[in-house]
Design a binder for this molecule. Structure first.
Ligand SMILES: Cc1cc2nc3c(=O)[nH]c(=O)nc-3n(C[C@H](O)[C@H](O)[C@H](O)COP(=O)(O)OP(=O)(O)OC[C@H]3O[C@@H](n4cnc5c(N)ncnc54)[C@H](O)[C@@H]3O)c2cc1C
Length: 497
């Protein structure tokens, strides 16, 4: 029998999670999100002694899943990522992980401006934009070329709205086709820098949308096995309270009331929490503190998990359905508690080969503040409303859905905050300005690094894995430098003797 949630919590509290850890590591990674795990894996592979500390008993952060009685298993953030994941996983993880990544066949749009089905790649989008929306082929080509050429070092003043206006003036139907999925994928709006749009959109357009076959549980299981093979120590149930400094330099962490020494810390926890709570603003210069305070968080999410009864089937109706009743693309309306736009992610029996179960997850972008200010009763009512609304919306695609299900529940921004400690349940970390703050952290406190969802482009499964790689290389160089310095100091002392 599956243990109750209370029983699990009791077991978590009773266990000594830090029983087998050493007193000192080269690097401690705080958090087991995809960025933290990837960073730890690379450092472990290069021979560094690495410890991952995760406050939850499960690993993966937002790349997670949960089980419910009746054989249900729901994925939280497994809806789609770009093809680049295959290369990143093969290079920085294992072939088994890379080989489990499969393409989604059909992405549907259903809104008052248009209804269409696409493979969500450049070729299909070119055809849709030219034939269906009547855009000149050379304009489409010029747009793709401009988006493809964008990178982080470009001028970030042009907004996505200005980019769209330049290529497709006042064509809000085209803007919707180009923007709605990206808004779901990273919470960006028309007012964010165009480069954040261009980079993410081009990643998807290259070859379509992919997911991990076998589910998030299989992915994290394989990642943990690879981390162990590379000598990385893994501890769940371990909440880091403070990052410790010695003469302004990282010297360890305080976790579950115990001190563990290290030469470097990579925090995969929320950027603001890392700076403001785990270290303290007094250890940074004033400009940096101001810059950190000015970092805006991305929006959060709501989800409704719909479990199909054993032996019931769902006919194939597409993999992702972007369903909206709102007249035009509008990122504020997409976050509203009064939901008008949602993505239905379909999990058929082949999502987890060997498991003949189906489920549907309805996701919407959401504002934390709208949910956090509700009384307990209103919160429960609002959740119920969310569930009813999602089922009503889904009846359009599967009219007898209510007869096929035996489990349904909802998550809100408060749920995401609770499980991942992302401030305000931010689904995609921070807005663009957060990336500079994250990258500048080691200049402020030697030995302190941050990796994880920031700056829009470093969010999502692919963005965070790639950022984990970048930060692992930086932390590795830092460790090499301090070890060389120590060797030189040791040699000086020996010569002096
Ligand atoms: C509803 C939803 C849908 C999504 N859909 C998609 C999608 O379809 N495609 C896609 O690419 N991306 C999607 N994402 C985004 C993607 O899941 C995230 O961008 C990515 O997983 C974040 O990884 P991360 O490494 O930044 O950190 P997180 O996953 O946030 O992990 C941070 C970890 O740090 C731990 N932690 C925090 N504080 C402490 C502490 N003090 N001590 C110890 N541990 C700590 C947390 O428990 C957590 O495990 C979605 C996200 C959500 C919420």
């Amino acid at each position: 029998m599956m243990p109750s949630r209370n029983e699990i919590q009791k077991r978590v509290r009773r266990r000594d999670w830090l029983k087998n850890v050493r007193d000192h590591y080269d690097v401690i990674v705080i958090g087991s999100g995809l960025a933290g795990l990837t960073c730890a894996n690379i450092l472990g592979k290069t021979g560094r002694r690495v410890l991952v500390l995760e406050q939850h008993y499960n690993f993966g952060g937002m790349a997670t899943w949960f089980k419910r009685p009746g054989g249900h298993i729901f994925d939280i953030s497994l809806h789609g990522f770009p093809v680049g994941m295959i290369k990143s996983c093969r290079r920085y993880w294992t072939s088994e992980i890379a080989d489990s990544i499969v393409q989604l066949k059909s992405i549907r749009f259903d809104n008052p401006q248009f209804q269409l089905e696409t493979t969500f790649d450049r070729q299909d989008f070119t055809q849709i934009l030219t034939q269906r929306f009547g855009i000149a082929p050379q304009t489409v080509e010029a747009f793709f070329t401009a988006a493809r050429a964008m990178d982080f070092y470009d001028d970030s003043r042009m907004t996505t709205r200005e980019l769209f206006q330049k290529f497709f003036p006042n064509r809000t139907d085209v803007w919707r086709l180009l923007m709605e999925p990206i808004c779901y994928a990273n919470g960006s709006t028309l007012d964010d820098p165009a480069i954040t749009y261009g980079i993410v959109f081009s990643n998807f357009m290259s070859k379509g949308v992919y997911i991990f076959q076998g589910g998030s549980d299989k992915l994290i299981r394989l990642m943990k096995a690879e981390l162990r093979r590379n000598g990385v120590d893994l501890c769940g149930g371990s909440t880091v309270e403070r990052i410790l400094l010695d003469h302004g330099q990282v010297s360890g962490v305080q976790v579950n009331g115990r001190r563990i020494g290290c030469d470097a810390v990579v925090s995969n926890a929320n950027l603001k929490t890392t700076i403001e709570k785990m270290i303290g603003e007094e250890h940074f210069d004033r400009n940096f503190v101001e810059q950190t305070r000015a970092v805006r968080l991305s929006n959060s999410s709501c989800q409704v998990y719909i479990g199909i009864r054993k032996k019931e089937r769902l006919e194939y109706i597409g993999d992702l359905i972007f369903a909206s009743t709102w007249p035009e693309f509008d990122s504020a309306a997409m976050c509203s508690q009064h939901v008008t736009s949602r993505t239905f992610s379909m999990y058929y029996e082949n999502t987890r080969p060997g498991c003949d179960r189906y489920s549907v997850v309805s996701s919407t972008n959401a504002n934390y503040d709208e949910w956090s200010r509700l009384s307990k009763e209103d919160y429960e009512r609002a959740k119920q409303h969310l569930i009813e609304d999602a089922l009503n919306g889904f009846e359009k695609y599967v009219p007898d859905i209510r007869q096929k299900i035996d489990h349904v529940e909802a998550a809100t921004p408060l749920t995401f905050e609770h499980y991942t400690r992302q401030v305000k349940g931010a689904t995609f970390g921070t807005k663009f300005e957060g990336l500079q703050v994250s990258m500048d952290l080691p200049k402020q406190v030697p030995g302190l690094f941050h990796t994880g969802s920031v700056g829009i482009i470093m969010s999502g499964w692919l963005g965070t894995i790639n950022y984990g790689v970048i930060v692992a290389n930086e932390a590795d160089s830092y460790l090499t430098t301090i070890n060389l310095r120590r060797d030189r100091q040791g040699a000086c002392c020996r010569n002096a003797e």
